[in-house]
Design a protein around this ligand. Structure first.
Ligand code: HDE
Length: 716
């Protein structure tokens, strides 16, 4: 990767950049010209409501008689309620979003494009991002194994530009015409609407087994990428190949990239499964909490660029969305960054009504002949008409911040009122004359096209395994093991032997060991030799740890402090202060959601520390790290409690960083007395760091608290 990515964490965003032109556009027009004598509830036609609790009825004053239809106030309330739901998105129904802004560092991209949004460093472009899962419906859980949508709308003075991307750089299919089949196969099965928020079922694995172009994508979806720790810790990819055009009229193929400053991190599968039940809104709340506490998620923006003349220089087709452009061949140039700095005020009009369209580009950006993209350009506009109606682009969250003037008219829910008698072009007044290209009009890229009309895919589109292998080869051993586990989980949920046997054979085209292990786990036919030679290529940039910030950070991490009565208050205070400096959040987990008493403290004296949660209230899965401070009585009580022992064992099993001090170390040792686990501890002296991510210290030194705290949280 080239460019200015340093991995440093920046937190500084001024109030000035906090309110973007789009946010003012959304809220700037609310004016109440009338001072009402009485304030209160109104009907939609403006009537003040005296009683919203009781339907108008015939009554003898004692007993209630029939309700009267004439009660307009009651009827309106019910009518409006009856029609609150709109069709959910056919895919990506479950999501959340936030406002932000985008800036480029300098004009370096002007050698590729004349789009000011990508070349003018003085611009602050408002953005809105919607993150989503794909398979589940609107109410499904956040932490399911799935691709995450990462769709960004840039509100530029030249019009809206949408990058409707995912957190995975490739896709399941090569040609848009296969999309309905793919979505039908992955969605709940038609006869019983099972499963929800999962791809672990016969139909999905049947389809991908018969559609080997999905092999590369399957490797990604079975990897840790599909269970992110946070929406703030995911990469984003435009996936499709777009075009850039510069002022000289030269064209370049381009792919768009988002790289999170906090690094790319995942949950473990066991955590993801449990959080799905414990807190189905985990990601949604995580995004909201971070932004509301001023820890604004930031992504570097990068482009991979290939000059038009080099279109055919690669052993894969650069228009094939099932292939990556390896960074060794095409480096990413980092040209800007985006920050999300405002949560939404109302979910429906912002997150539900935002509507993206891949065909929304601005001058200087255009489309390649990527067959997936071409189909998407048709589909997005079309789907919004079903979901929101033909005037969907007039909705406040969708309307551009630049003026919109054209002769599109009428249709359901038209908001705009045009003046005058002209609604066509050309007209005798010259109203609405198209702007010449040289003066900002959108210029289509001149491109000579010739060929024979036929349903074909080009030769390079026929090769499906080389990039799947490249991805698999590039992973660390534990990432590979996670894929073996994930595919085994999914295929074990398929009860038709044809399905899991076929897929085992597909896997053998990618990696022999992967296929063997999965076949053993799920009852497939265990292969005795690879179906194809491994090309042996790998690239570090496909593995998650590559994106770890260069300066380790605990920013926005959730740290649990496990307490029973009798803990050491000085330690806990010092630890909390140190974590606060690192912008991590600490939570006291205690025997009750009330005061927990330190050694020497008594109830009823005003002493004690307020617990955030009871041991049962929040599980270890919802935290990034765990601290057990000292205190003889507290450690004894923790050791007597099955729930706290489970807390520690579960955190340990999930490889969470665990810190323990003094008596807390004794408890920790007792709790994790598991076969093969021997914690190195030395209660008489300083910090000991175990390979398990456990940090223990016998004597607590308040002077070095900050250093210890950071070490603990990072599990060094
Ligand atoms: Fe989508 N996709 N898609 N998709 N997609 C939709 O549009 C479609 C594809 C993606 O937060 C739909 O407004 C076709 C790739 C995201 O509102 C629909 C094809 C990528 C979102 C649609 C694809 C995506 C959608 C459903 C194959 C990654 C959520 C609701 C040719 C680059 C946007 C909607 C949001 C949503 C069609 C493939 C990403 C039906 C036909 C590849 C992030 O129009």
């Amino acid at each position: 990767m080239s460019g200015s990515f340093t991995g440093t964490i920046k937190q500084a965003f001024t109030a000035a950049t906090g309110v973007t032109a789009k946010v003012s556009d959304l809220y700037g027009d609310i004016v109440d010209p009338y001072e009402r004598p009485t304030k209160g509830l109104n009907t939609d036609h403006g009537l003040l409501v005296a009683d919203t609790d009781t339907w108008l009825k015939v009554s003898d004053g004692d007993r209630t008689g029939p309700a009267l239809l004439e009660d307009q106030i009651a009827r309106e309330k019910i009518h409006r309620f009856d029609h609150e739901r709109i069709p959910e998105r056919v895919v990506h129904a479950r999501g959340t979003g936030a406002h932000g802004f985008f800036k480029v560092y300098d004009a370096r991209a002007s050698k590729y494009t004349y789009a000011p949004v990508l070349t003018d460093p003085s611009r602050v472009t408002p953005t809105f991002v919607r993150f989503s899962t794909v398979q589940g419906s609107r109410g499904s859980a956040d932490t399911v194994r799935d691709v995450r949508g990462f769709a960004t709308k840039f509100y530029t003075p030249e019009g809206n530009w949408d990058i409707v991307g995912n957190n995975i750089p490739v896709f399941f299919i090569q040609d848009a015409i296969k999309f309905p089949d793919f979505v039908h196969a992955v969605k709940p099965e038609p006869h019983n609407e099972v499963p929800q928020g999962q791809s672990a079922h016969n139909n999905f694995w049947d389809f991908v087994g018969l559609q080997p172009e999905s092999a590369h994508m399957i490797m990604w979806v079975m990897s840790d990428r599909a269970i992110p720790r946070s929406l703030r810790m995911m990469q984003g990819f435009g996936v499709n190949t777009f075009m850039l055009m510069n002022a000289k009229g030269e064209r370049h193929f381009v792919k768009f990239h988002w790289i999170p400053e906090l690094g790319v991190h995942s949950l473990l599968w066991d955590e993801a499964l449990k959080i799905g039940g414990q807190d189905p809104d985990f990601h949604r709340k995580d995004l909201e909490d971070a932004i509301n506490s001023g820890i604004f998620p930031t992504w570097k923006f990068g482009i991979q660029v290939i000059p038009e003349a080099r279109e055919h220089d690669f052993d894969f087709d650069i228009l094939d969305a099932t292939k990556v452009w390896p960074e060794e061949l095409v480096p990413i140039e980092i040209i800007g960054e985006m920050t999300l700095n405002k949560t939404v005020d109302e979910f429906f009009p912002e997150v539900e009504q935002i509507a993206f369209c891949t065909a929304h580009v601005v001058p200087g950006i255009g489309f390649s002949n990527d067959p997936l993209l071409q189909g998407r350009n048709f589909s997005y506009f079309d789907t919004q008409i079903t979901r929101l109606g033909p005037n969907w682009e007039e909705l406040p969250i969708n309307r551009p911040v630049c003026p919109v003037m054209n002769f599109q008219r009428d249709g359901q829910m038209r908001h705009k009122i045009n003046k005058g008698s002209i609604n066509y072009w050309p007209n005798r007044h010259g109203i609405g004359a198209p702007v010449p290209r040289t003066d900002g009009g959108y210029a289509d890229f001149p491109l000579k096209v010739e060929g024979i009309k036929q349903r074909v895919r080009s030769a390079k589109f026929q090769e499906h395994y080389s990039h799947a292998q490249l991805f698999y080869n590039s992973l660390t051993d534990y990432e590979k093991q996670h894929i073996i586990n994930a595919v085994s989980f999914e295929l074990s949920h398929c009860d038709d032997p044809v399905v899991y046997k076929t897929y085992t054979q597909i896997l053998n085209n990618i990696d022999f060991n992967l296929a063997k292990q999965v076949a053993i786990n799920v009852g497939g036919d265990v292969p005795d030799q690879p179906a194809r030679q491994n090309h042996g290529h790998s690239t570090p940039t496909l593995s998650q740890p590559y994106y770890a910030p260069k300066e380790p950070t605990i920013i926005s991490r959730r740290i649990a402090i496990l307490l029973a009565d009798g803990f050491d208050i000085a330690e806990v205070k010092a630890l909390r202060a140190a974590f606060k400096v690192g912008l991590a959040t600490t939570y006291i987990i205690g025997p009750r959601r009330g005061k927990v008493y330190a050694a020497g403290q008594k109830p009823g004296t005003g002493e004690g520390l307020q617990a955030d949660h009871h041991y049962e209230g929040q599980r270890s899965t919802l935290f990034d790290a765990l601290i057990i401070p000292s205190g003889a009585e507290h450690a004894k009580k923790l050791a007597e409690n099955g729930r706290t022992i489970h807390w520690v064992r579960e955190a340990f099993g999930h490889c969470k960083p665990i810190g323990a001090i003094g008596d807390g170390v004794t408890f920790l040792q007792e709790a994790v007395q598991l076969p093969g686990v021997k914690l190195q501890t030395n209660l008489a002296s300083d910090t000991v760091t175990n390979s398990y991510g456990v940090v223990t210290t016998g004597v607590y030194d308040a002077g070095s608290v900050a250093a210890d705290a950071f070490k603990i949280a990072q599990g060094e």
